[in-house]
Design a protein. Structure first.
Length: 146
């Protein structure tokens, strides 16, 4: 099942000259989960999954950024979900950086990574022939220089 959590907020600091000075911090409201099935979304918001009443936010916060190639950066981060904070390493792919049609300095990119639900104490139906433990995640972001 594909789903999305719209309305991410955060800060992307990008230092092209010194990528190690760059950082990412983004949070989403878990109650905004949308799989295009109202009943499933209500279940996902409940205690079996995201438990949004007790843990309303999912937060990704970088600890370090290292340039790997011209448009790729290795990011070491912490992902906090369901009250659990776990380390995570992923590649951030820089899509584009430059002036937009309105004269703003804009940057955009994407990160893809996998997490284990069980690492975050999300164990509902986490048995063979039920739901998988590994979840593929995509974080797409775009920012305007302030």
């Amino acid at each position: 099942v594909y789903g999305l959590i719209p309305g991410a907020e955060g800060t992307l600091k990008f230092d092209e000259a010194k990528p190690e000075n760059s950082s990412i911090e983004v949070s989403v409201n878990a109650d905004q989960i949308n799989t295009h099935d109202k009943k499933r979304d209500e279940h996902l918001r409940g205690p079996d999954f995201f438990n949004v009443k007790q843990f309303p936010k999912i937060v990704l916060k970088s600890k370090s950024v290292k340039k790997v190639s011209d448009k790729k950066f290795e990011v070491v981060a912490d992902l906090t979900m369901l009250g659990q904070t776990k380390p995570l390493t992923f590649t951030f792919d820089l899509m584009k950086s430059g002036k937009d049609p309105w004269g703003n300095q804009r940057i955009g990119g994407e990160a893809k990574f996998s997490i284990k639900r069980s690492d975050y104490k999300m164990t509902y139906m986490n048995k063979p022939n039920e739901l998988g433990d590994v979840v593929e995640m995509v974080v797409s972001m775009e920012g305007i220089k302030l």
